[in-house]
Design a protein around this ligand. Sequence first.
Ligand code: ARG
Length: 461
Amino acid sequence: MEQDKKKWSGRFNEPVSELVERYTASVGFDYKLAEYDIQGSLAHAHMLAAAGIISGSDLADIERGLEQIRDEIHNHQFDWQVAREDVHLNIEHRLTALVGDAGKRLHTARSRNDQVATDIRLYLRAASDEIISLIRALQQALLELAEQHADTIMPGFTHLQVAQPVTFGHHLLAYFEMLQRDAQRLQDGRKRINQLPLGAAALAGTSYPIDREAVARELEFDGICRNSLDAVSDRDFAIEFCACAALIMMHLSRLSEELILWMSPSFGFIELADRFCTGSSIMPQKKNPDVPELVRGKTGRINGHLVALLTLMKSQPLAYNKDNQEDKEPLFDTVDTLKDTLRIYADMMTGVKVNQTTMRQAALRGYATATDLADYLVRKGMPFRDAHEIVAKVVRAAEDKQCDLSALSLPELKQFSAVIEADVFAILTLEGSVQSRNHSGGTAPAQVRQAIERARSSITE
Ligand code: ARG
């Protein structure tokens, strides 16, 4: 068998072994770059013809051949061969089979090094745009739910202990803000992705009279990579993308954790639609929040991909090294996982059912208005530290009576401080508490409604 195999070129005495062939091939995964590889090749060929480096008839052959290859790939008729190593050589080989010498001329003034760097940038640019619009869809879903629950009261937590009452709408808007920064980060990273490597060739540039700006324009890059060695070797833009992805997943894993807690019968704050949950094969009563749990779990794998790429790039000498072929699988998996996660999340948040009574009960159980009572005493002239101590004693008394602060009578409250009057009850209620936090960024329902307005216009402009 080995004897039938072809040597890499006339420089070699023997072909690679089958194991080496399999070990070094990337076509099993980089076939995903095919569409971008074709776009890049077409732009390169147009430039070669315009510069007089190839003839008009070669260009016509190349265009015809690449269009056919695009169809074949689209219709799953393309014969991918591991022996042809990667997506670039598979396409070039097929092109030559289809159009002859013109196919062999396509690689003039180009190397697979600048070719693959271009392909990945085109791929990541499209992925960034898609992910930004998926973030927008999730943000919309959060805004809708927040709007329905601008007045819904829940306990706000610190240390997972009841802290102060907040509105559920306000809580959801916190995630809107996180996603807003996530989208901004992707948008910003896109500028660094969107620079053209082609023209760098293997590492040093090329001796042909190429027009890199024209290629950049055709492929809608914002500009060209300024240094050929840097252009073919660095993958910092991909690492940056993975860092953005890891932050998004980190945010979604926090929301997932909350959904999981809120859905547990011990909390009972929400229900997720059945289509996002599964049952247990042994415990008939169970409804498990599989989707948020998997989002939490997949966050680990996205973090892993980020670390994989950082480690891959670390200590590589200039310029291109084959190590970089290993950038693709982590990158592709990051994009696929993130897209699916965002899609599923937007749908899941639309189907969240809120148990308002349970949320309210939970806020009442934890003396969530204790700070409001302290603030009340301060408004009556007491130093905050003294007020804090007095309220601690009031809470103890309420605990002994097993009732909420607002259920204590005025005479009872007055035993702790003579400055307490009947107007205290307005601030001891949950509603009074949230309404009093009426400044921008605060939890008051009026503020939540304004924040939703602002948020809506920020994502549609
Ligand atoms: N498959 C390679 C990669 O993904 C393409 C570039 C190969 N360049 C080379 N000089 N062997 O990085």
